[in-house]
Each structure stands twice: as structure tokens, then as C-alpha cells.
Design a protein around this ligand. Structure first.
Ligand code: GLC
Length: 566
């Protein structure tokens, strides 16, 4: 495949690798190769190299980062596809001493494996026998993602393939809640293996939200499924899984649910509260960053994986249009920094016409007090939500990290997000990485927003609690932005507590000093998140599985901000 001077792609070869496809300007989708993907692990690694780690020159002054960059060079020059990261498995031969915790974490992760008819198909959410199982005895789609990445990084892709295929089968179930039928594309939140001792048989039982609290369907599951399919393809070089007609169909079904036309005037996806990792009422309804960032990333992954055959072509066209509109919308309206905050503070209201500056009629009085102190002179982030007269200024960790990984954030915005994390370390990381959102909501607001939820009291659980699983996302974002020492600092903090506290699900308190009120112990994604963070830091080439380069054609002329340019 050649890229001509004007950026168009000429199909001079019959096959095209995923890395090559990634470099395609997707606004020119008609030039997109129609032939099957053939991903060569070695080749994709070569091309991944430093260009996938977008280091900004202004960080080159940091010694730790320079060393890290040298390390990346070293890793790349010695890499071979069959070679595993020294830290990857406690059993493997290695030339250095791994942290003793790594071996312990692998053992715990393997204990949580769930088998179906003799094959591993996932991991249980938590192995805590001291409390009632509730639904923690199930395999959650979102929880399995860090586990899947850990196994992929360790050269054990089978379980990931099994998981992808089993959840795909569950998607094709008829999904009914009372008398209402859910859309065909909905992926389960979780599933469980049922053993029938009489017949000596096993069946899978899925939950599409019908047994969840509040009966909310998991919007994030379908997105994670597509993201995982791309991670599997990228890591193994095996494109045959993604090319299976059933996988192509599964992707199209997910896409048709979220690309369908309605009454919306925004390119963002309208959601109910509780449809993502924050699965209880937390005011995360409307257009939450947690979903928009995943939506963006899943669209970009689907663009890479979808065949442009008769059925796929239409979707590719719709994806391209949506990506353009979505990136413009998010980068312009969800972004906040000192300059933008000051602009909102001075907003006029009741503006009418296309020249309106205050496009959503946001009333400056709705700015919360905390944000004036929280906003650093340098730094910025994507806020939680934007719609009519509503800006949810809370910080959400997952959405911001995914925005970096998917390149929804421009390189300048990526840098600004990392600057914010550094300058607001106490608030966002504290003594246990990482706050799921900041700040907590309290008192009267807590009553109204959460419906008096006793689990989500201030600085607990989803309401400003600290979730160790987020460590892998932070680490990936750090590596992508060339700031690995931030991840190192966070991992060191986690290592002082996690094993001692037996891998809790979350921590409570302003600084995350307390084991969460109702946190499970032996929470699988806390374990897997730690392992993935360690492995990525050890071998940064793993980043390619979960990271996408910025698409040049999506460059949005931002009307702000200069806060990161000094
Ligand atoms: C809780 C979390 C959710 C997670 C589940 C299983 O419900 O809020 O994000 O998937 O536990 O760990």
C-alpha cells in the first residue's frame, strides 16, 4: 500500500495490515482497501515503534522520560514476536528481578478463571467468599478487558478469543425485559456458567440489564467488545477472528444501535444513568464523557476491522461522518481549561442565532464553587457532560484516559490532561490511584442526584471513590504522552496497599486511604489492572493494543486554548 503525496491511499498490494489501515486518512474512505486484513505481528510492531508513542518535545527535558525513551528504543530493537516481556509471567525465565507482587497477582488472576465446557472463557468479577456473591460471581464484559489485555500481553490469546466468541453468541439471544424487546446489538453486561449436575451439562446465562439494579442496559459492553477485538487482532496478528462473518455481523449490530437516526441534534450518544462502569444513579445520564470516549474509540476500531463488502460499506461511511462530527463536538464543547472556564464565567445568556458563543445557554451561576480552585493555570480536561443549560464539570478518569488513547484528545489536549493530573495529584490520585470521578457530591445534591444511595455516599464507591483498576488506563495514557514517571509513581503507591488489603475493588475517602465501605476483596480487575500497568511499563510496545494515533484529517481548528503553550 502506498500513500501518495496528497495522502490518498493506493492499493498496490492485495493485502493490507491493520497498522497500514490505521494510517489511512479515513475521510477518504472510498480509497479504503476492500481486501481482507492481514496483520503481521512483527510488521505491525515495527511500524508501531516510536511514532505510536507521541512524545512531545517539551517533555524531553525530563530526565526520567529520556531514560524511558531510550528504553523504548531498546525494547524495540530486541523485540521479536515470540519474545515475552520479562514480567509477563511468574514462570518465565527472566534476566531481572520482577516485583514479588507480580507472581502473586498472576496466581490470583488464574484462580479467577471461569471455564465453559472445558475451555477458559472469562474471569469472575471477584473471588471474595467472605461476603454474599450478588452478581460478583459473574463474568462482566467491562471487567474482563484488563484481564484480556494481561493474557494477550503474556502471549495467551486463547481465552480472549473464547470470550469474544461466547459473548457474540449471547448477543444473538432474544433479549426481553418484561414485554419489551431490546435492540439486537445489545451485548450483555455479564454472564454466568450454570452447571446442571443431573444432566451433567453446562449452559451460559447472560444479563442484559434485566437483573441489574435499575434495569439499565450496558452501553459500554458493545464498545468494549469492539475495542477488545481490535486489541486481539493487533496483538496476535490474527485477522481471521475479526473477519469471521459472525464477528463482522456482531460489529454491525452494535453500530446500528448507536448510529441510528433519531431526533438528536448532537453527534454524541444519548444515554441512561448507570449504563457504564458507574452502574448506579450518579447523574451520569445524557451525554456522559465515559460513554462518548468509548463510543469514539469503538468507532475508530470498527473502522479498522470492518470489511468494506456490501454490508459493511454503508457502516464505514456512517462511521466516518460520525467521527468527524463527534470529534469536533467533543474537542470544542466538552473541553475546559483556565481560558475556557473564564469564558464561561463571562457568558451572556439567551443568545439566539448561529453566532451565539454560549451555544447551550449555560448560566454562569451554575458553575460550581470547587472548580475555581481546582482548575490549574496549566492543564485541562474533558468535562463530564454537556447539554442544554447543563455542564457537568466533574472529572471522570476513564473518559479522559480513553480520550487520550483513542486520540479523541488532540496532542495538546493530551498534554494538558496529564498536566492536570500532575498538578492535582492529591485530588485525583491521593494515596490510592485513581478517583473514578472528582469531586464527590454531598448533602442535598447527593440526595437528589443519587436518590439517597447509601453505597454512593461522598468519597465512596462511584461517588469519588478510588478504583485500582484505573491504573492500567492511567499507565497507558502516561506512556502515550511520554510521561511514564507519573505511572511509576502511581504504581508504587498501589503496591504499598493492594496486596496488604487483598486487592479491594475500591477505596474511600478524599485521599483514598480507606478500604471501600462495601468493596469486594480479590476483585479481579484490580489484580489485572495492576498487571497490565506493570507489563506496559516494562514493555511499552504493548501500548499499541489499546492506543490509536491521531487521524490527521480530524484536526479541529480550536478557538482556544493557549494555556498549554507556555
Ligand atoms: C460494580 C461496578 C461495575 C463492575 C461490577 C463488577 O457493579 O460498578 O463497574 O462491572 O461491579 O465488578
Amino acid at each position: 500500500m502506498d500513500v501518495s503525496q496528497n495522502g490518498n491511499v493506493r492499493n498496490s498490494e492485495s493485502m493490507c495490515s491493520v497498522t497500514e489501515v490505521e494510517e489511512i486518512d479515513f475521510s477518504k474512505f472510498t480509497d479504503r482497501p476492500t481486501r481482507p486484513l492481514n496483520i503481521d505481528r512483527q510488521r505491525s510492531f515495527d511500524e508501531r515503534s516510536l511514532s505510536e508513542l507521541s512524545f512531545s518535545p517539551r517533555h524531553s527535558s525530563r530526565n526520567a522520560d529520556i531514560n524511558f525513551l531510550r528504553n523504548v528504543d531498546h525494547v524495540e530493537s530486541v523485540y521479536s514476536p515470540s519474545r515475552r516481556s520479562g514480567l509477563n509471567t511468574p514462570m518465565s525465565h527472566r534476566s531481572f528481578e520482577p516485583h514479588p507482587l507480580v507472581g502473586e497477582a498472576w496466581e490470583a488472576l488464574r484462580r479467577s478463571l471461569v471455564h465453559f465446557r472445558g475451555q477458559p472463557v472469562g474471569t469472575i468479577a471477584a473471588l471474595d467468599s467472605s461476603v454474599e456473591g450478588l452478581n460478583y460471581d459473574q463474568v462482566f464484559v467491562r471487567d474482563f478487558v484488563p484481564t484480556a489485555l494481561a493474557f494477550l500481553m503474556n502471549g495467551e490469546p486463547e481465552i480472549v478469543k473464547n470470550f469474544i466468541l461466547k459473548t457474540l453468541r449471547l448477543q444473538s439471544w432474544e433479549k426481553k425485559i418484561d414485554r419489551f424487546q431490546l435492540g439486537e446489538g445489545v451485548m450483555p453486561a455479564s454472564f454466568k456458567v450454570l452447571h446442571d449436575p443431573v444432566r451433567n451439562s453446562e449452559t451460559l446465562m447472560a444479563d442484559f440489564g434485566e437483573s441489574a439494579i435499575g434495569r439499565v442496559a450496558p452501553v459500554d459492553s458493545g464498545f468494549w467488545w469492539i475495542i477488545l477485538l481490535r486489541a486481539y487482532t493487533k496483538s496476535t496478528g490474527d485477522s481471521s477472528l475479526a473477519e469471521l462473518p459472525e464477528c463482522q455481523k456482531g460489529m454491525r449490530l452494535i453500530l446500528s444501535s448507536c448510529l441510528s437516526e433519531g431526533f438528536d441534534t448532537f453527534p454524541t450518544l444519548l444515554c441512561a444513568d448507570g449504563c457504564c462502569m458507574i452502574d448506579r444513579r450518579m447523574g451520569v445520564y445524557g451525554y456522559p464523557i465515559e460513554i462518548q470516549a468509548l463510543f469514539f474509540m469503538a468507532l475508530r476500531c470498527a473502522f479498522l476491522l470492518l470489511k468494506q463488502d456490501n454490508e459493511g460499506k454503508e457502516f464505514v461511511e456512517r462511521i466516518v461522518k460520525r467521527l468527524h462530527a463527534l470529534s469536533f463536538h467533543m474537542r470544542s464543547y466538552f473541553w475546559i481549561d483556565m481560558k475556557q472556564l473564564n469564558d464561561i464565567y463571562r457568558y451572556k445568556t439567551e443568545e439566539y442565532s448561529h453566532t451565539a458563543v454560549n451555544k447551550f445557554n449555560v448560566i454562569p451561576d451554575s458553575l460550581p464553587e470547587w472548580i475555581f480552585d481546582f482548575m490549574p493555570a496549566r492543564g485541562g480536561y474533558f468535562i463530564g457532560n454537556v447539554s442544554l443549560a447543563r455542564m457537568d464539570f466533574r472529572w471522570f478518569a476513564l473518559g479522559n484516559c480513553i480520550a487520550i488513547l483513542s486520540s479523541l484528545a488532540t496532542p495538546e489536549q493530551c498534554t494538558a490532561i496529564m498536566d492536570l493530573i500532575e498538578s492535582r495529584w492529591e485530588e485525583l490520585v491521593g494515596e490510592m490511584p485513581l478517583k473514578v470521578c472528582y469531586p464527590a457530591i454531598e448533602s442535598h445534591e447527593w440526595r437528589i442526584v443519587t436518590g439517597c444511595d447509601p453505597k454512593n455516599t461522598r468519597w465512596s464507591y462511584h461517588n469519588g471513590g478510588s478504583w485500582p483498576v484505573l491504573l492500567w488506563l492511567l499507565t497507558a495514557a502516561c506512556i502515550k504522552t511520554g510521561r511514564p514517571q507519573i505511572a511509576r509513581r502511581a504504581i508504587e503507591l498501589a503496591e504499598t496497599r493492594l496486596p496488604k488489603d487483598n486487592w479491594p475493588e475500591y477505596y474511600d475517602g478524599k485521599l483514598g486511604r480507606f478500604i471501600g465501605k462495601q468493596a469486594r476483596k480479590s476483585q479481579t480487575w484490580s489484580i489485572a489492572g495492576y498487571l497490565v500497568a506493570k507489563m506496559m511499563l516494562e514493555d511499552p510496545s504493548h501500548l499499541g493494543m489499546v492506543s490509536l494515533e491521531e487521524d490527521k484529517q480530524m484536526k479541529t481548528p480550536l478557538r482556544r486554548s493557549n494555556s498549554w503553550t507556555f
